[in-house]
Design a protein around this ligand. Structure first.
Ligand code: ZOZ
Ligand code: NAD
Length: 649
């Protein structure tokens, strides 16, 4: 590995005896900016964008960028740009000193004119590699802070910290030595699995926008309908965030609750979110976009409704019947259900082709994912409209088929189930979460459960007939012949719904609090539970926690592919990275499985299944076995092996 071929070119340009002026139009990201920094002058069009996004692909600017940029704009600004990959406008680039001039006219013409004006002037002071790197007095503190910052946000990704080391070399070493260090560090990143995972993920996220559905609708043939006014029904955990996302995207919103008290609490929460959004992220304040109402009649003239009432099929059916009667003809009726049958809801309406799932993720104003769930009767243009709405709200929309839990929550079920079983066998929520967070998840599964609300899953289990508080002995932990853990149900029976009640798997300082603290009450409760069920706690190592939780989730992912619910492994990976905080530098669960080795995943699942024969989720599914047996092919070859049900028609 000798580094990118751009290196000799940038050195030749910089060494030229004639002035070289970079004319920057459009985007100068990565290699483009490397090239521009090797020039003696830089002129940018006012609409140009500049930056070093390499860190997001698991790399660093490897053609001298880490050595030149701090020499040009100073260490703190260079660290910021290189470690975040942030893009800057031409105006900011001018302010930082990256470009010499900004023009609203043709940048090439301006650069030629500029070159003529500097002809004959010495270039000695224009070769950035010859500049001494500025050394502010608090240099050590700057690097210490930068390292702390990247450690806090990187969640195990190595590129940001390596970028800091490369910039450090610019300050501590002469240019030539610094370039050697940059090359070494680049090579380290290039050969790490993380760069491959991040590059795979980069293309996966683009691939999901070219969606297609099992009944033949496609991104390039289905035209979205115009939507100006939307409504949200139910302003709880999810409805509030959905309202904020819609208003911030410029839609007029009618927000509906059942009673004045809930409405006024929701209004206060929504206003807070809008104000923090404006303050922290510069999003325009959008209070005036929202009208609040306690009457569902207020949605009569909207183009699209998103229902976000309790996860209760009977209630949702009533709401859909009402909406079908009240809404104007052609209005889209969407549900934010976590996993109920979209088609059953569609059947309550006069126009089932207008019904589609718009499944947001908690916290809904922050998480970047939207699962668009198409039922067998959802029309192509309705799917296209929901997909486009997600995009307008700044989210990545992924089209998925209709089944229990769709893609994300269907995989979450066996993952959460393993986490419950681990508690029964001796683990604590903080231990399980620590292992998952060390792996790189933004939050462990128990913290996520507290954030979402334990009552959401409880309502579903109750309606499925799984919750039977009276049963004791082994039957309390068996349902339909399979192992079942009632732990979540027992917590809900005690009013522990998570963050919203201030108690769940963890304790919080108040209802609505966000800082999770271990709860001694829960430890005592788990001990009592184990004693009552004759379970003996054992020490469970990190590897077992990780393998059981992740491989059960991954196995379900393969089953989903086999069933044709997700179009491809990329869709699943994007859903997990953007919807559930899966570490991007591990590519997503399906990519990760390929990196571990599909045969190894099968072998470990079989191992755990032998120990827990009453857990069907540990039985490797046939697609996973088939792929493992065909020699662990690269992920882009999986489609050749996947036999989708539609291809058998
Ligand atoms: O930690 C980041 C994250 O991504 N966590 C993972 C969240 C996740 O996995 N969500 C998916 C839940 S599952 C789901 O939604 C599907 C479903 O159908 C569930 C059905 C029930 C199933 C239950 C079983 C599990 C997160 C983005 C949360 C925070 O990241 P940062 O710490 O970098 O963010 P900040 O501090 O910059 O804050 C950004 C905004 O997020 C708010 N926030 C942070 N922590 C929170 C939270 N909101 C609620 N609870 C928390 N614990 C924070 O307040 C800020 O918003 P604003 O409005 O204050 O600006
Ligand atoms: P929640 O209990 O926090 O809020 C539900 C709200 O709906 C309550 O404020 C309630 O007063 C209101 N409501 C009930 N009936 C109503 C009616 N007829 N008209 C208007 N409002 C009504 O629930 P939530 O967690 O926000 O979940 C809402 C929906 O979103 C559920 O279907 C859930 O499965 C789904 N979902 C939840 C999450 C999550 O993480 N909590 C994530 C994605 C999807």
């Amino acid at each position: 590995m000798t580094g990118p071929p751009l290196v000799p070119m940038v050195h030749l340009i910089e060494a030229a005896s004639k002035p070289v002026v970079a004319a920057i139009e459009g985007i100068a990201l990565g290699g483009g900016l490397e090239l521009a920094l090797s020039c003696h002058y830089r002129i940018a069009h006012s609409k140009a964008t500049l930056g070093f996004p390499e860190v997001a692909l698991g790399l660093l600017p490897g053609a001298g960028g880490t050595q030149r940029l701090p020499r040009l704009i100073g260490v703190p600004a260079a660290l910021d740009l290189i470690t975040t990959g942030r893009h800057v406008t031409a105006a900011e680039a001018r302010q930082l000193g990256i470009v010499d001039e900004v023009t609203d006219l043709n940048a090439v013409d301006a650069a030629v004119k500029f070159a003529q004006s500097v002809t004959g002037k010495s270039l000695d002071a224009r070769r950035i590699s010859t500049y001494p790197c500025p050394r502010p007095p608090d240099l050590d503190a700057i690097f210490e802070r930068a390292m702390q910052q990247v450690r806090r946000s990187a969640r195990g990704a190595i590129a940001p910290g390596t970028c800091v080391q490369a910039v450090h070399a610019a300050v501590t070493l002469p240019y030539a030595k610094g370039m050697e260090r940059e090359r070494e560090l680049f090579s380290l990143l290039f050969t790490s699995g993380q760069a491959r995972a991040l590059q795979y993920y980069f293309f996966a996220q683009r691939a999901v926008s070219r969606w297609s559905t099992a009944n033949g609708a496609r991104w390039d043939t289905s035209k979205p309908r115009p939507v100006r006014k939307a409504a949200v029904i139910g302003l709880g955990t999810m409805g509030r965030g959905i309202t904020v996302s819609l208003a911030q995207a410029g839609f007029s919103v009618v927000a509906v609750e059942t009673q004045e008290q809930q409405l006024s609490e929701a209004k206060q929460a929504v206003s807070g979110m809008l104000e923090r959004g404006a303050k922290r992220r510069g999003v325009p304040l959008a209070h005036d976009k929202i009208k609040y109402s306690c009457s569902v009649q207020a949605v009569a003239d909207v183009d699209l409704v998103i229902e976000a009432v309790f996860e209760d099929m009977a209630l949702k059916k009533t709401v859909f019947q009402q909406l079908s009667a009240i809404c104007k003809p052609g209005a889209l009726l969407c549900t934010n259900t976590s996993g109920l049958d979209i088609d059953e809801l569609a059947s309550q309406t006069q126009s089932p082709e207008l019904v589609v799932g718009m499944h947001f993720f908690a916290p809904a104003h922050v998480m970047q994912l939207l699962e668009v769930v198409y039922g067998p009767r959802s029309s192509p243009e309705v799917v296209a409209t929901a997909m486009q709405m997600g995009k307008k709200m700044g989210k990545v929309s992924v089209a998925v088929g209709n089944c229990r839990g769709f893609v994300g929550n269907r995989m979450l079920k066996p993952y959460l189930e393993q986490a419950f079983f681990l508690l029964e066998e001796g683990a604590t929520p903080e231990q399980v979460d620590q292992v998952l967070e060390e792996f790189g998840f933004a939050m462990g599964v128990f913290k996520v459960s507290d954030l979402s609300g334990l009552d959401v899953g409880w309502k579903v289990r109750k309606s499925d007939g799984l919750v039977s508080p009276a049963s004791t002995g082994t039957s309390a932990r068996i349902r339909g012949g399979s192992r079942y853990s009632p732990l979540g149900d027992l917590l809900c029976e005690r009013g522990r719904f998570g963050q919203k009640t201030g108690r769940g798997w963890f304790q919080y300082d108040k209802p609505g609090g966000r800082v999770a603290k271990p709860d001694p009450w829960l430890h005592g409760f788990l001990e009592e539970y184990r004693a009552q069920h004759g379970l003996v706690a054992r020490r469970i190592d990190h590897q077992e926690v990780l393998e059981r939780c992740l491989y059960a989730l991954i196995n379900e992912g393969f089953q989903i592919l086999q069933d044709g619910i997700a179009a491809g492994p990329e869709d699943i990976d994007v859903i997990y990275v953007l919807g559930y905080g899966w570490p991007r530098h591990r590519g997503g669960p399906m990519f990760y499985a390929g990196q571990v080795g599909l045969d190894k995943v099968v072998e470990r699942l079989e191992h755990y299944q032998q120990i827990h024969p009453d857990v069907p989720g540990l039985q490797p599914c046939s697609l996973l076995r088939k792929l493992a047996a065909s020699g662990n092919p690269a992920i882009h070859k999986w489609r050749e092996v996947i036999q989708k049900p539609r291809s058998q028609l």
